[in-house]
Ligand binder design. Structure first.
Ligand code: ADP
Ligand code: MG
Length: 274
């Protein structure tokens, strides 16, 4: 059964009337990871935010977003707010902007968590947050939580967001290029984290990435976007072995060409043929 069903999603700019995402339909099953790939500006972030109704007011959307039988398109803002974080949790492309610049990150974390975990004692909350922060590679979580967002790097903030998701144990994690700001080693660890989270909780996941190596590794299904349109979607293995759409073939082949190029540069050691 699908946990999320998106039917005929359209997103447009109400001021100019420009259509930004045209008639997207896709679905996500329990425990599944769906990757969204496509060049910059193809509508990946708008699609993700539309699922949580987080796009700016100037943008309009239509179509149905059905989360376990509930049509989110028809829910009042107050109701949808209750679902954000717990049912649907988004890890933004630009981690920096998700934080309040005037407060330490720990205060932000606690506030977000209190909304969804009011049954926890303060000690429990602190313990769970610390564990999650350690699991995304922070050696001294308490120190990090005392810092202001501008004192942390983009990669660190991204990891704080992932720790937040780990604590919230959401049904669906929407991760919008979550590893872009990270170095290769951290990227690997973060992807590991997602994998563990998914297998431990059975969470479903929407994963936006331009890294086809990562996509191939973690996604069950791939959705390819170009100029606001889904040009192809299917099982990951089918997409990588026999894509139908020329654009998908182009993406896959340019990835392979790039890997070969790096392999030569690195003397064939560093880049695995994934
Ligand atoms: N708030 C906005 N108002 C008008 N156009 C926007 C807005 N946000 C994004 N867009 C446009 O929508 C298109 C898709 O954007 P986006 O979803 O961010 O692309 P991607 O995440 O695939 O790089 C782009 O052409 C972008 O310029
Ligand atoms: Mg984007």
């Amino acid at each position: 059964m699908s946990v999320l069903q998106v039917d005929h999603l359209k997103i447009w700019d109400s001021l100019t009337g420009r259509m930004l995402v045209t008639d997207s339909s896709f679905h996500l099953k329990q425990g599944e990871c769906l990757a969204i790939v496509g060049e910059s500006g193809s509508g990946k972030s708008l699609t993700c935010r539309a699922l949580m109704r987080l796009n700016r007011p100037g943008l309009r959307q239509s179509g149905d977003i059905i989360l376990e039988g509930i049509n989110l398109s028809e829910l009042p803002e107050k109701e949808i707010r209750k679902l954000r974080g717990k049912r649907l949790c988004m890890i933004m492309q630009n981690g920096m902007r998700a934080f309040d610049p005037s407060r330490p990150v720990g205060a932000h974390l606690r506030e977000t968590l209190t909304v969804h975990t009011s049954h926890w004692s303060r000690t429990e909350m602190t313990k769970n947050v610390k564990l999650a922060m350690e699991s995304v590679g922070f050696k001294d979580p308490t120190a990090v939580m005392g810092r202001y967002p501008h004192e942390l790097s983009g990669g660190m903030l991204q990891r704080v967001m992932i720790a937040l998701a780990i604590v919230l144990e959401p049904d669906i994690i929407i991760a919008d290029e979550p590893t872009t700001a990270l170095d290769a080693i951290t990227q690997y660890e973060v992807v590991e984290q997602f994998e563990q989270l998914r297998s431990r909780l059975g969470s479903s996941m929407i994963f936006v990435s331009h890294d086809l190596g990562v996509v191939k590794r973690i996604a069950d299904k791939v959705l390819v976007m170009k100029d606001g349109e889904i040009v192809e979607q299917g099982e990951t293995s089918d997409i990588f072995s026999g894509a139908n759409h020329p654009y998908t073939r182009y993406l896959v082949s340019s990835k392979l060409a790039l890997q070969r190029h790096f392999k030569q540069l690195m003397g064939g050691e560093r880049v695995a043929e994934s």
